[in-house]
Each structure stands twice: as C-alpha cells, then as structure tokens.
Design a protein around this ligand. Structure first.
Ligand code: MIC
Ligand code: SF4
Length: 755
C-alpha cells in the first residue's frame, strides 16, 4: 500500500475541475506540465493565465523530500520557524554521508559511527516534527522516492537538485534550497517563476546498446548545461511510451544537468506497471480514473510546435550510445568516436574504474543490463581491465538483486558492492589506487563529472555513460572501446565480442526486502528532544542573519572574480566537507576554494586588498569581515550550476559577502541567494565582466531604491582612482526585496509566526 494515499486521492479529486478551468483560462489545449502546475496553485482553482518565464506564482506542493547533507541546514532553519509539525508529508533520507571504501557492510558500520551525531540529530528532529526517516543504508533519496512516494500528476519539492527524478513517474518534482522547503514545511506557499516549456518528441525505439541514459546524454549535448534554465522539459511520443518508468526517471534525473527546472512524462502503461510492482496498486487504480489529466491534451502532442516554447525531436532508432565528459556533463561524444578526441586532448585512454550507481542509474533494470554485460566477461573468459564499483539504489533493489543473483555476477568480475547510497558520486570515495593527483580516467553512470567531484583529484577525467556501457568500457579498460564494432582478446588469446545488453524491467518474482530502513515518526512528537551540543564541530544552531544596510554597500571589496565554470561544487565543495554540512561556521572554511581566480588562474589564492597579500578565499573574506567590510563575488555564466545546496549561499552570507554579480545564474542558486538576504545580480552588459580589476571597490549607489524591475547602478572604483559605472539587472520581486530588507526569508517567517 502507498504512503499518504488519502493525500493523493484528494489531489486527484480536485484535478478534473482545476484542469478544465485552466484550459478555459489559458484558452487552448494544455501540456502535462501546465496541468500539474495549474492544479497545484496555492490559491486553488485557477483564476488567471500566467506568462511563462515571467510571472512569479505561488504553488502548493504535495510533499517534500530531503537528504542528509541538505536536511541538516533545512531542519536547523525549520526549527527556528516556530512550528510543531511539518505542514505537508515530508521525508529525510540518509544517503550522502556514507563513504565507499571496502564494501557495504563495513562502510555502513563506519558511517554509522563517524556520523552518529548527525544521523541521531536527523532522526530525532524528524521524529519531533512528523517527518518520515529513512536510515543510512535504506537507499538513495531519489530511488526511494520513486519506489515509495512519487505519483503521477503530483507536485513535490526536494532539497536536492535531482528531485527531478520523480518526473519518471509523471510528477512535477523540483529541486530547491532548504529555505524553500522550510516555507512549505511551515505551511506557506512555495514561489516559482512560471516555467517555460521545452517539448522533446521521441520517435522510434530504443534498442541494442542504446539506453534511456543516451537520450539525456544526447539532450545535454544539444541544450548544454544551461539550455534548460527556467524550463520544464516534457517528453512524449511513441519512443517515450516504450521506455520503462525507471528509464524515464534516468532521463528526468539528469535533466538537472541542463539546468531544467524539471522534466516529466505523461502517465502511461510503464508507470502503471511500476506502481503495481512497487506495491502501489491503490495509486495505479486511482490514477487510472483520472488518466486523461495525467498527460497532455491530444492536440498538444499532435502539433507540439504550437504549445511548447522550444521543440526537440530525437529519433531513437538512430540514437547512438554516448559518453559525456570529461569535467562537464554536456560534452557529448558518440561511443566509437572518443579515440581521436581523447588523443587530441590528452585524455588518458586507459580506464581505471567503472562505477555503476547514483540516483539516476541504480534501478533493478539498470543492474540487470549491466550484469548481462559483466556476466559475459566471465562466460567468455575476459579478465576485466578496470576495477568495478556498484552502488544499488535502495535496500529493496539490493535485496532483490541479491536474491536474483545479480550481485553475484558483479562479484564474479571482482566488483565491490558499496552501500545503497551516493558514495563516489558525491566524493564519498576512499580511492586507494591513486597515490597522488595522477592523471587518470574513470567511467560512471552518474550524472555529474565536474572536476574533483568523485575522488577530489582535479586530474581524474570522468565520463558519464549508461550502466551497460560503463560495464563494457570497464571490461575493455579503454575509453575508445566500441562494443558494437570492436572485439576483445580473452584469456585464451581468442577474439571475442560482447553481445548486446539484456535488461529486465521489473523483477519477475517481484521486489522483496526484509528491512527497508524506514522509521515512522511519532504521532505526537512534542516531547521529543532534539539535541545539538554547543561544542559539536558538525552541528551548530543558527543565528539569524542581520540585514545588509545600504550604507554597508558602499566601499564593497572584490573578494574573487571567478573565471569560467563555477558550480556549487566550486563554491562549497562536497566530499570531505560534507561532514560540516550542519555547522555553518566550520563549512564556511571551504567557501569558493574551488573557484578559479580570473587574475592568476589559481584556486583559493586571492588578493587581500587590505594587506596586498595573497591568501585563501575564506581567510581573506574573514579579514574583510573583521574589518567590518562587505564584499562582492564576480562570476561568469551559469554561476552556481549543479547542486541545490544552500550552503553555497549561506556560507558567503555568513562570512560577510553582500553581493554576487555574474553573467547568468543557475535557478536554484539564484533563489538561494535571495532567500539568505543577499544580492544576486547579473551584468546588464556581459562585457562589463572584463572591466573588473583585482583591486576594485564597489559602490551600490542606488541600493536604497531597490525596486522590482529596476536595474541597480554600481560604481566600480579602480585602484588608480578611475571609475566605471555599470548596470546590474536583478529578478527580485517585492516579497524577495522584503527578504533582503529583513536579512533573510527565514527572518520574515519568524516575524510573521511570532505575530
Ligand atoms: C549533488 O548531486 O550534487 C548533491 C550532493 O546531491 C546535491 C545536494 C547537496 O549538495 O547536498 C544536489 O544535487 O542538489
Ligand atoms: Fe546522490 Fe549523486 Fe544523486 Fe546527488 S547525484 S543525490 S550525490 S547519487
């Protein structure tokens, strides 16, 4: 039986009338995305048509999911909001804080002891506020959500950018910062700019070596890491119907890598099969009754160019498997064409590791497809040339895969089965085969491959592919291996070929699990005590941020002018720093240490304008703070791409950065800056980026007149006394300016709740 079935039924009960009303108001047939958005308005029945990409709209999401690394900050903030229970069904999943080293049993034991304080905090705070708690080892948040909570036509938010995975089950599921989640937990509306809509029509059928992963690898190549910004990507067409539900999840999941607000698919037979296989006949039956509202109106898919802002068509019959990378998930190359590219760029051809897992590709089907390749290595006498690591997506998948002999297949090729957790995908990987920062190549089925992400080594070249392609490449040990055309030499010196992968969509004997790892919260948690030790180095209660006053915005120092890609991994690195996610002052010591200084191309080496000396970014910033000075960060395009982690905004805020001025922002990060009462600004003229010098001081001359829709003027005072006056755009609406004026969105909630 499904969790929260009454809530789901009530969403469905209101759906028909709201969708009909929306169709009437919009005046034309509706996409699925619009149906879900318009049926989740905070004000209930739709009363006006919204302008895509322009209007801010208040929504009422059905549920919230948080993972351990972001939940700490989200719940520390929620504790300040003055509520006794969360207002909508919420869950916390412990998956990011578990290191992959020797294998699941030992690694989980270590995590349970080294992170006991954090897990205990999350468990008790969940219990207190009515939040469902998934213990370490239960699985990766997005697989667990897909298996248990996602439902067609629903809307959810989650404090992780890959919350979008639930689009595979026909949801509008959106990644947000913790402060956004706090709004909804506290019973308030959740605000989002009404997204634009990108349609992706899938014709033909996936077959052979091509998989669902290749659809999104291809889309990433087309749209690039910022092409989906501000948009929902809606997939449809015959090719979509023929994909499994978890395959759809993979495509939606990695939609985070093109900056899309989310991605989704209309309800179909694959979703019904998945719901029934995961013990949710009740949802499938309820969804079947409102089927027509859980997909777009027929006219939309017949003439998509009339209804979407942008349309992409992919013929799956012609789609080839891809490997994307290194260092960015949108550098797409068809398998078989990597040899010359690697040679020209100096990417090591030899592959050291093949890693299968991550929230995007750790389903039962993924494991069966990869296992069908691994099995051939043994059957055909080929000794794999690379090491293998596997992270199953959930305990239910792991248990079932063990029962069905899949894990044994991987063990037979020497694979290490890591915990059902993020592991190497988030730098939680104790990689013993490297001595230092050697140049090397790995392939994985994850979705992110930014510099240093998996193992902290800037010289690890990571390529993203489907689990079965990762298995094939790992067996061959070569980045330029093309299993469709190349042969391998086995241990008897014979030439052998790998046959096409064979997947099993859902376990024929059904899913099974002994202990899924779920803890239901107490009905009344009022007596539960949440303990945070004042001497803890991992958890720290929050102090409200002071508003930044106009006078403080004169004489603002340049902290760093970031060069090129500056993702949240560059702003607040994960891996070893994940341990401080609940302690703002400690984690602030990693602020922007991965960003490249435009003036010397070094990381964590910036000029302190007070002393003229060079030092680390956090130290330099602490020096400005001690001197009572505010600072500004300058950045390039798509600043803050990647994660939802609000630490990337809270840390600079805590250290005294007042403004971030960039060519463009990634959506979640821009909102996170606003929520924390900072200024997130964009250059009106991109070329003004080039005017910024190392010794610059900034005056935000008209900040006292901070108004929606009105650009701000900045004086950039150079060291020779000359001044450039530049214009900065912003997207703050009136209530967001209120957050800035009061110091943070949380300060506003606290004041309102106290009143
Ligand atoms: C990621 O994949 O980068 C993460 C780690 O899951 C993040 C969340 C975090 O930083 O905790 C995300 O994608 O939002
Ligand atoms: Fe975890 Fe990686 Fe998925 Fe992020 S992308 S939730 S780190 S598995």
């Amino acid at each position: 039986m499904a969790f929260d079935i009454e809530m789901i039924k009530s969403v469905y009960a209101k759906m028909a009338s709201r969708v009909d009303k929306a169709r009437e108001i919009v005046g034309k047939p509706l996409t699925l995305s619009e149906k879900i958005l318009y049926s989740h308005l905070w004000d209930g029945t739709p009363a006006k048509a919204f302008v895509r990409g322009k209007d801010y709209v208040d929504f009422a999401p059905d549920r919230i999911a948080c993972q351990d690394a972001t939940a700490q900050m989200a719940l520390l903030q929620f504790m300040q909001a003055g509520k006794s229970k969360v207002a909508v069904p919420t869950t916390v999943h412990c998956d990011h804080l578990i290191q992959a080293k020797s294998g699941a049993v030992a690694d989980l034991k270590v995590a349970n002891s080294t992170s006991a304080e954090v897990f205990d905090f999350l468990e008790s705070v969940s219990n207190k506020y009515g939040i469902g708690f998934w213990k370490p080892g239960a699985g990766i948040i997005h697989q667990v959500v897909l298996e248990n909570y996602a439902f067609p036509g629903g809307m959810m938010i989650g404090t992780d950018s890959h919350t979008v995975n639930a689009g595979g089950l026909g949801m509008v599921a959106i990644g947000v910062g913790g402060a956004d989640a706090v709004d909804v937990m506290a019973g308030m509306a959740w605000e989002l700019k009404f997204p634009k809509l990108i349609g992706v029509k899938l014709t033909g059928n996936i077959s052979g070596w091509t998989s669902a992963k290749d659809v999104i690898l291809k889309v990433a190549g087309i749209l690039t890491v910022k092409g989906g910004t501000g948009a929902i990507v809606e997939y449809f067409g015959e090719g979509a119907k023929n994909l499994s539900c978890t395959g759809k999840g993979t495509i939606c999941n990695m939609g985070a890598e093109i900056g899309a607000t989310t991605s989704t698919f209309g309800y179909d037979a694959s979703m019904e099969r998945y719901l029934r296989a995961t013990d949710r006949n009740d949802i499938a039956d309820a969804a079947n009754k409102v089927k027509e509202h859980l997909t777009a109106d027929a006219e939309v898919y017949e003439n998509p160019e009339l209804y979407f802002d942008q349309l992409i068509e992919i013929n799956l019959d012609e789609l080839r498997p891809h490997l994307n990378g290194p260092f960015t998930p949108d550098l797409a190359t068809p398998v078989g064409e990597l040899g010359p590219k690697a040679k020209a760029n100096g990417w090591p051809i030899q592959v050291d590791w093949g890693l299968i897992g991550s929230c995007t590709n750790s389903s039962y089907e993924d494991l069966t497809r990869a296992a069908s390749i691994a099995k051939q290595a043994v059957d055909k006498g080929i000794k794999p040339k690379s090491d293998f690591g596997i992270n199953p997506g959930s305990e239910q998948i792991r248990y079932t895969a063990e029962r069905d002999g899949l894990l044994q297949v991987f063990e037979n090729v020497g694979a290490t089965i890591f915990t059902n957790a993020c592991g190497p995908c988030i730098g939680q990987w104790d990689r013993s085969d490297l001595k230092g920062d050697e140049k090397n190549t790995i392939v994985h089925s994850f979705n992110r491959n930014f510099s240093k992400r998996a193992d902290g080594n800037p010289n690890t070249h990571a390529f993203v592919g489907s689990p079965e392609m990762v298995a094939a490449i790992a067996i061959s040990g070569r980045l330029d291996f093309d299993p469709m055309n190349d042969t391998l030499i086995n241990e008897d010196g014979e030439e052998v070929r790998l046959d096409e992968p064979m997947g099993i969509e859902l376990p024929p004997q059904g899913f099974a699990v002994e202990d899924a790892g779920y803890l239901e919260p107490d009905e009344d948690g009022s007596s539960v005590e949440v303990k945070v030790s004042t001497t803890s180095e991992r958890l720290q209660l929050l102090e409200p941020f002071e508003p930044i006053k106009p006078a403080q915005l004169q004489g603002v120092k340049l902290l760093i002018k970031a060069f090129g890609k500056c993702t949240t991994d560059h702003i607040s690195m994960a891996g070893p720093w994940l341990r401080f996610r609940g302690h703002l002052d400690n984690i602030a010591n990693n602020t922007l240490i991965g960003a490249v200084n435009a003036f010397n191309k070094k990381t964590n080496f910036v000029k302190n304008q007070l002393t003229g000396e060079y030092g680390g970014v956090p130290d330099t910033q602490r020096a400005y703070k001690a001197a009572g000075l505010k600072s500004i960060v300058i950045g390039d395009h798509n600043y803050g791409e990647g994660s939802s982690r609000e630490h990337a905004a809270m840390q600079p805020r805590h250290l005294g950065v007042a403004a971030v001025l960039v060519k463009s922002f990634a959506r979640i990060h821009e909102t996170n800056l606003k929520k924390q009462g900072m200024l997130g600004l964009t250059f009106a003229n991109e070329n003004d980026y080039d005017l910024i010098q190392e010794d610059d001081t900034f005056n935000l001359v008209d900040i006292a007149d901070f108004t929606p829709g009105k650009p701000l003027t900045l004086e950039v005072v150079h060291s020779d006394g000359s001044i450039d006056t530049i214009i900065a755009n912003h997207t703050y609406n009136a209530s967001q300016i209120g957050w800035f004026n009061e110091g943070s969105a949380l300060n506003v909630i606290k004041r309102e709740n106290a009143a």
